[in-house]
Design a protein around this ligand. Structure first.
Ligand code: AQP
Length: 323
């Protein structure tokens, strides 16, 4: 089985990215063929600072490697190293109706938040479909925000296969229900670009400050605290198993709990959880040239798979006019 997912280097990676996607991808390495890429073409829809894009691309690569992505076992590359994806994107564009793209929630949400409504942002789901279909992916582990995009990829693949004959694998989204949408410190979806993220590789002081500013309600100390729509409870729960979650729930429901104490505890848990990964990451930072080599080799290895699907698609639509 092929499992694929990507991440935009549009900022620093956060707990939402980690628990909904990165951690699950890394777990998949044991049982599947894993395809993982840094989506820098996609990031261009929101980043227009070249230095920042370069830096965040390398940062994301180091994050993934430190968190356990094994480039020998898996396919790991930077999206822009395989321009094949653009050719496929164009082929897919021609079986994609405007109506399908107009229904994209992500496009509507982003433009409502002030991101300029460019053609790139509008066509984002087509490029994402190309990312998925180019490698014959069966499963796409994502957070709930990306579910619709995977459904669009399925629609496009189905339409293409129907029009030009069997070409692509029809992929499916893989969403973990318990962690479908992880809230940020303001209770909205945690996002790199909304200024509400808890970053996994923050400095100690910045991390403490972030955790201490998680939004809480004004329930008096001597009353039970709500757990529903409570970002503090939800973020803390990410680090617990079922029994731990039950215990945390009881603590919230017992009068006397102080949010400030829970936040301090949570800071300690996050800091400890990522400690071994921080050390590994520091090694990659010291050896940046090795990271670049890993990415180049990853692109070469992945190109072979991309060529196979692209050639098939080119032939099936009739671009190969010598046949
Ligand atoms: N808050 C979240 N809860 C659950 N899943 C999340 N993901 C992101 N935020 C949450 C999942 O992380 C993966 C990578 O996301 P992405 O970088 O490709 O794009 P995104 O969904 O747009 O993430 P951000 O952080 O919100 O980035 P910006 O601010 O640049 O748009 C995806 O699987 C996503 O579902």
């Amino acid at each position: 089985m092929r499992v694929l997912s990507g991440i935009q280097p549009s900022g620093n990676l956060h707990l939402g990215n980690y628990f909904a996607m990165i951690k699950r991808m890394i777990d998949y390495q044991e049982s599947s063929e894993l395809f993982c890429f840094i989506a820098n073409y996609h990031a261009l829809t929101s980043v227009n600072d070249p230095g920042l894009l370069r830096q965040k691309t390398l940062d994301a690569a180091m994050d993934f490697l430190a968190l356990g992505l094994d480039p020998k076992k898996s396919y790991f590359w930077v999206q822009s190293d395989l321009s094949e994806v653009h050719e496929l994107s164009w082929l897919l564009s021609n079986v994609t109706s405007m109506g399908l793209l107009e229904r994209s929630h992500a496009y509507k949400d982003k433009t409502a938040k002030g991101i300029v409504a460019t053609h790139g942002l509008f066509a984002y789901p087509v490029l994402m479909a190309a990312d998925i279909l180019l490698y014959g992916s069966n499963k796409v582990p994502v957070g709930k925000d990306q579910k619709q995009h995977v459904e669009i990829a399925r629609d496009i693949a189905t339409r293409f296969n129907y029009t030009f004959g069997e070409t692509f694998v029809i992929p499916e989204a893989d969403i973990e229900i318990d962690i479908a949408t992880i809230p940020g410190i303001d209770g909205q979806k945690m996002s790199k670009s909304y200024g509400n993220a808890i970053e996994i590789f923050s400095e100690e002081k910045a991390l403490r400050q972030r955790v201490m500013s998680i939004k809480t309600d004004s329930t008096p100390v001597d009353e039970p605290k709500p757990i529903k729509d409570n970002p503090l409870f939800e973020i803390y729960s990410l680090f617990l198993d079922e029994t731990g979650r039950e215990t945390l729930k009881e603590r919230f429901e017992t009068p006397g709990l102080r949010y400030g104490d829970i936040k301090k505890e949570l800071f300690g848990i996050i800091w400890e959880y990522f400690a071994p990964y921080r050390e590994k990451r520091a090694e990659y930072v010291r050896n940046e040239a090795d990271v670049v080599d890993i990415l180049r080799m990853g692109a070469n290895k992945t190109r072979e798979v991309a060529q196979e699907y692209l050639t098939k698609a080119r032939n099936n639509v009739g671009l190969n006019y010598t046949n």
